[in-house]
Design a protein around this ligand. Sequence first.
Ligand SMILES: C[C@](O)(CO)[C@H](O)COP(=O)(O)OP(=O)(O)OC[C@H]1O[C@@H](n2ccc(N)nc2=O)[C@H](O)[C@@H]1O
Ligand SMILES: Nc1ncnc2c1ncn2[C@@H]1O[C@H](COP(=O)(O)OP(=O)(O)OP(=O)(O)O)[C@@H](O)[C@H]1O
Length: 602
Amino acid sequence: MATIAAARTSCQIATWRPLVRVEDAAASSSSSRCGCCCGGETLVVPQLSSLSSTYGETKTALTYRNAAAGSASSSSWGRMAYSRWDRPGRGKRDRSYGDKGKRERSDGEKNARCGLKNFRHSSFSSSSSSSSFSSFCSFSSSSCCGPRETTRGQGLNDDKLKCGRRSWIFQCNAVPGGEDDGNPELESGTAPSSRKEEDRRSAAMAAATSPAMAAAAAASARAAKPRDEYRKIEYVYNPKEKIDSFAQTMSTFENLPRSLTLFSPCKVNVFLRVTRKREDGFHDLASLFHVIDLGDVIKFSLSPSTRRDSLTSTVSGIPLDERNLIIKALQLYRKKTGARQYFWIHLDKKVPTGAGLGGGSGNAATALWAANQMCGGLASEKDLLEWGAEIGSDVPVFFSHGAAYVTGRGEFVEDIPSPFSQDTPLVLLKPPEECATAAVYKRFNMAMASAAADPEKLLDKIRLEGLSQDTCVNDLEPPAFQILPSLRALKQRVAMAGRGRYSAVFMSGSGSTIVAVGDPDPPSFIYDEEEYADLFVAEARFLVRRANQWYAPAGTGPGWASGDAAAAAAYEQRPEDDGCRGAQGWGEGDLMDLRLPFSYEA
Ligand SMILES: C[C@](O)(CO)[C@H](O)COP(=O)(O)OP(=O)(O)OC[C@H]1O[C@@H](n2ccc(N)nc2=O)[C@H](O)[C@@H]1O
Ligand SMILES: Nc1ncnc2c1ncn2[C@@H]1O[C@H](COP(=O)(O)OP(=O)(O)OP(=O)(O)O)[C@@H](O)[C@H]1O
């Protein structure tokens, strides 16, 4: 049975029509003899008719956005469709996709055989390299000879397109139903003449977040190019496959979020043993990691860009370009999955950098998770964990469920039940000075390692007896304290002053954060002494996540705790909400720009 798909139909940004359900293709499809010269059989696909009849028109427009531009189905589409732009009076610009397209290009004379010589159009295309749409289609269920227009027919021919085969002509009109005030991106007469032009119009689309702006953008697009200069036509050789894939696309992606706001936690290393220096310069570790509920908030939104992600942040001092671990993660996700979706990202930074808390690594892991959510789950969590190791040693651990015994460089993550109560209070103290991870490792030598502390025994002891000072061993403390002697003093003073209050005081990762466990408040000298006036002080708790959900800080209620969509919705409703829609925000009035899971590159 063909997949049942919900599709939105619309032709205008400002006045979206309601959803239309495209019903089972296979059950009701029928075939009829083609009335054209070749007498071939033409498949009539009823759901297209029903779509049409919904509006009492022979043409109905569908435009759709797919969050995961670039998913696996792209290749099959590429093989099925051939398209190009012709510019009347200015020569032709052909684009073919896949082998089939190439073969078809020079095959014009076959048109005569299937009667397509009477099919007139001056130009046609699927979306080609359009950045923000893939198809804007009028369906005509007339016959394989297509809509009632005539064509010079170049590019139409393929064995499969002969009328004797079950073939389908799928006409894409830029202006659905001939209406005039459509989406500027989709109007006829606005074929992308260059990438620059496309980008300009993508920007116009992106800017068109209100009906008024949309109308202005449409007017500007109309002014920029004469109308009816172009038509877009797409040929689909296997209608059932096409409809099914379309239906599948819609089914899969209708529930995907267009924006997602996620909590991006950090971690502490409850103990950290360095077991060996490796040939590649890295060090093997054996460490009990635990995710904690100090974290950043990152908002991811689908971007119409086909070239880059855009990152903004509440703090200065971290790179916002390709050096940022969020951008690295999104690039890696696209590379691994073939997805072509780009993002707008806003990072609300709370975790200090250079703190040994893996804040940047947590951001990277969160970005991988978000991309996967917004692109239709193309990767498993195991994939994400493995890919995370390519970004940084601390990234994989965030794909545990919160507590993990980690070995190797950080890539072997043994997910373990948290040995701690989630109510255990922690206080984090970080001086303004950062500890550069590479510098700390560089200064480390094996003579500094606490050889007596077998990591597995440490883990067992913690599991049996809970945290104690003697189990919180960190082999990176000596080199970090060499680099930052005041850190040693801080740790000692906290341990002394907190005797009886804290069950353990230790440095996390490569520093410079000192963690005290057992009380949410720092010792009073931290507040009393001028020396510590600039200290970062934060209360935290151990944090775990549920299966198939991302981390949500404890105490934030069912919003964060019940999953990404609800979390995002809760976050969206904050007073300082910037007006963007939350996850799954497919509300009326949304810009309906549903992209297919692929995009064509010129
Ligand atoms: C100190 C820890 O935070 C403990 O969790 C991590 O080991 C550091 O992880 P990270 O910040 O993700 O570090 P990466 O970005 O992978 O590496 C930064 C640099 O630290 C050194 N490095 C890092 C990890 C490791 N296991 N051995 C190392 O020697 C390498 O010189 C590397 O070039
Ligand atoms: N998204 C990001 N957030 C924070 N820092 C980032 C990010 N992307 C890149 N960086 C760079 O990475 C450096 C280390 O940042 P991070 O917060 O991961 O430090 P850390 O706490 O020492 O991490 P780790 O415990 O993994 O060593 C920063 O100085 C910053 O320049």
